[in-house]
Design a protein around this ligand. Sequence first.
Ligand code: MN
Length: 356
Amino acid sequence: MKLGLGLYRHMLTRENFQFARQAGATHIVAHLVDYFKGGAHNPRDNQPTGGECGWGLAGDPDKLWTFEELLELRRAVEAEGLTLEAIENFDPAHWHDVLLDGPKKGRQLENLKSIIRNLGQAGIPIMGYNFSIAGVCGRTQSPYARGNAMSVGMEGPLDVPMPNGMVWNMVYDPDVPPGAVPAITSEELWKRLGVFLEALVPVAEQAGVKLALHPDDPPLPTMRGQPRLVYQPRLYQRVIDLKPSPANALEFCLGSLAEMTEGDVYEAVEQYSRQNKLAYVHFRNVTGKVPAYRETFIDDGDIDMVRILHILKRNKFEGVLIPDHTPQMSCSAPWHAGMAFAMGYMRAALQHLEKE
Ligand SMILES: [Mn+2]
């Protein structure tokens, strides 16, 4: 297993690559969507949470990520002795009508195919994505974690409808008439995922890229009146079985899985790692379950992280683990300190595991 660090778009700098390397990482997962254009309620020095209008404006619909910029990023990462393992998340601007089954769906499926081909050509092996209409929303920020560390959690469900022009907790069109996005059924959402996988999986296979699906965060059956896909561990199997292929894989988030009300996180790790379906792992810890959970320091939640590593080792998982989120530590670099703490813990656990 390998240690990695996930970096948001504005953090893709030489200094942060060096920080990752110093903390023992060998791999980088890069976000190319800018989640931080929503204003003061969504500060850039923490994971995005946002308000009712989400994280803010999505990117430019006409500017797809090019082969050249992906290659440049890979080279910048490699210049600091690291490997670029994955890009995490499509931009709503590039695929809103794939999620919403809107009029631009055909063109946007072609967008996504181009992006996957560009990743393959640039030698980036994984594309993480979150097939979700409401997206990562409804979470709160408070000093939930040990020592009053600022952290993220949930205090009850979010039922306020999603306004027109919004999807995936971002605004892709600010100039639409008022109103809410009509709710759809769960079956309709699965049908849309099926269309996406039918179109993208063959392209991903040919490009040598794995598509890796993140479970719902937070994992409730509905958010903002919209259905969600993987809100129980067993639903990951439905994704796999919908389009069997090595390119149809999982961005395996331990935190989201532990927040689910059914199943068992250790059984889920066993079930999906045994099938070799984990593209990479979000290695983070939580207490509680939806709709009331809190993100914790890695050593301080409900999950026995070392037990998880043992299962992954037994099933020969050889991919990358990243901390995903951590609480903010009280100092002048709260995000970095939180990540360094998580990575130190992970590095020690991995070194110990190697000797067993
Ligand atoms: Mn995650």
